[in-house]
Design a protein around this ligand. Structure first.
Ligand SMILES: [Zn+2]
Length: 281
């Protein structure tokens, strides 16, 4: 019995080591720019807010507190989608993507959640507790590493946009109404300016991410998916948002699609990696 147990463990360890060797390289993302999003902000962040924020409360949106992680996971998936799955723009070559990562974490954790990236910044998503605040705000430059670069105010988004307009409990609408502002605020320190919906061109024909309500974005458009424009206008200036992101962020190889014979092994390896990440979180 002892021998069998030992052998099982050894075999499992050997498999994990092998799979780490196989999958570790193409999925490693060290040295990319990383944005750490904190959905439980508690602070007053220099240059941004003057009243302490508090945790993202999903219950006004018709979501039970027990489903909060589902909402957060959906927002993070959509945030990554907006930046990493830009469809066939001329400025991002086939097989490449923006060199940027998005993770959940805690402001002030010293980059512990930044996947080893040394170039990390924070975004706060939660209640402003201050009715004078907008839907969100951000700096227009990257500050020093580890800085909070912007806030998304979930209570303001509820009271100014979702309440009376959105469908309570609708995960898709809640995801887009929060992430639309989050993706927008992340883009400001990466060099994007505001621009208009009118006259914009986007890869899939969706509304663009960089307009504001003060320009021409109706609140109803915040409830559905948007994307970065390849052309949009503000005053006399035309902005290619995708090109600007590619220039300012840089590009890296997209994750490779595994060979058919490797899919089973990769699946097992990834399950192991996911398990370890959950335990570490
Ligand atoms: Zn803005």
């Amino acid at each position: 019995m002892a021998y069998k147990i030992h052998r099982t463990i050894s075999s499992a360890v050997a498999t994990i080591l092998l799979l780490t060797a196989i999958v570790g390289f193409p999925f490693k993302r060290a040295n990319a720019l990383t944005f750490v999003t904190d959905f439980d902000p508690v602070g007053i962040y220099a240059g941004i807010n003057t009243v302490a924020m508090s945790s993202f409360d999903v219950t006004p949106y018709g979501i039970s507190a027990g489903q909060r992680n589902t909402v957060i996971s959906s927002i993070m998936t959509e945030l990554r989608n907006d930046y990493l799955n830009i469809v066939a723009p001329a400025s991002i070559a086939s097989g490449m993507q923006l060199a940027i990562n998005f993770v959940e974490g805690t402001i002030g954790d010293g980059g512990a959640t930044a996947n080893g990236d040394t170039d990390y910044y924070y975004m706060a998503v939660g209640k402003a507790n201050d009715a004078s605040q907008p839907l969100g705000e951000a700096f227009t430059l990257l500050l020093s590493v580890g800085s909070v670069l912007g806030d998304v105010y979930t209570d303001e988004i509820f009271s100014s946009v979702f309440n009376g307009l959105g469908t309570p409990g609708d995960l898709s609408q809640i995801t887009h109404v929060i992430n639309g502002t989050l993706a927008h605020e992340v883009a400001h320190p990466l060099g994007l300016d505001h621009c208009a919906v009118a006259g914009s061109v986007t890869p899939n024909g969706l509304n663009p991410i960089m307009p504001t309500g003060a320009i021409d974005l109706p609140n109803a458009a915040r409830l559905v998916d948007r994307e970065f424009a390849t052309s949009c206008v503000n005053g006399g200036t035309t902005q290619n948002s995708v090109q600007t992101l590619a220039t300012n962020v840089g590009l890296e190889d997209s994750p490779e699609i595994p060979e058919p014979a490797s899919i089973l092994l990769l699946g097992i390896g990834l399950a192991g990696v996911r398990l370890m990440r959950r335990r570490a979180a």
